[in-house]
Design a protein around this ligand. Structure first.
Ligand code: SAM
Length: 219
């Protein structure tokens, strides 16, 4: 069965390259290595390599593969980087980041729903990433001050505006990737901190589940 998934993984990564979603070698090899089938609930396992969001319980989703590709490329993580993810969900995005930052880097990921943090913990453990990923339960709209500053911050839920604490916890030269807009539709923003100044780029329209918290939407 592992062989079938591996073949499907290679096929979907190849089409993401052909469709122009993927070009960074580091991201390509990370997505070729992370077994998405370990991050989806058993009833959706056979759909692991469909390029679409899939339900993971609690009304939440694991993001589509092309969205993981776009966001990871825009974050531009490097080996040795310290990265914060807000919205752990299944743990798949954290695993892709862990592949890239490598043994000298680290990924902190914050999830507000305890049951999903447990789901991600068991997925990341089975897939062998727990040595480079720390999961925290809480309101990630406030960031994760104990491990800041970060080289990169990725938010995988939709925010009404860019949470101020995330900008504060971004190191110089750091990049923040975040969908910003209404509960129903957003624009993916990339914010780069350079010499204390912020450069903002809008990438594309997108649809994410809401970021719920102090600097997000109300529950
Ligand atoms: N990155 C995830 C993955 O690889 O499976 C998918 C994330 S899912 C689209 C969005 C996640 O953000 C949900 O699990 C949701 O519970 C979480 N979330 C929403 N608001 C949050 C907050 N304030 N702090 C932390 N997590 C939050």
């Amino acid at each position: 069965m592992g062989g079938v998934f591996e073949e499907e993984r290679r096929r979907v990564v190849r089409s993401l390259v052909e469709e122009g979603y993927l070009s960074d070698e580091r991201v390509i090899s990370a997505m070729l290595r992370v077994p998405r089938e370990e991050f989806v609930p058993p009833e959706y396992r056979r759909l692991s390599y469909y390029d679409s969001p899939l339900p993971i319980g609690y009304g939440q989703t694991i993001s589509a593969l092309h969205m993981v590709a776009i966001m990871t490329e825009r974050l531009s993580p490097m080996p040795g980087h310290r990265v914060l993810e807000v919205g752990t969900g299944s743990g798949y995005q954290a695993a892709v980041l862990a592949e890239i930052v490598g043994p000298r880097g680290h990924v902190w990921t914050v999830e507000r729903i305890p049951g999903l943090a447990e789901f991600a913990l068991s997925n990341l453990s089975r897939a062998g990433y727990l040595n480079r990923v720390t999961i925290a339960v809480g309101d990630g709209s406030e960031g994760f001050p104990p491990a800041s500053p970060f080289d990169g911050i990725i938010v995988t839920a939709a925010a009404p505006d860019v949470p101020e604490p995330l900008l504060e916890q971004l190191g110089d030269g750091g990049r923040l990737v975040i969908p910003v807009g209404s509960r129903w539709v957003q624009v993916l923003r990339v914010i780069v901190k350079e010499g204390g100044k912020l450069r903002v780029e809008e990438v594309l329209p997108c649809v994410f589940v809401p970021l719920v918290g102090k600097y997000g939407f109300r529950a």
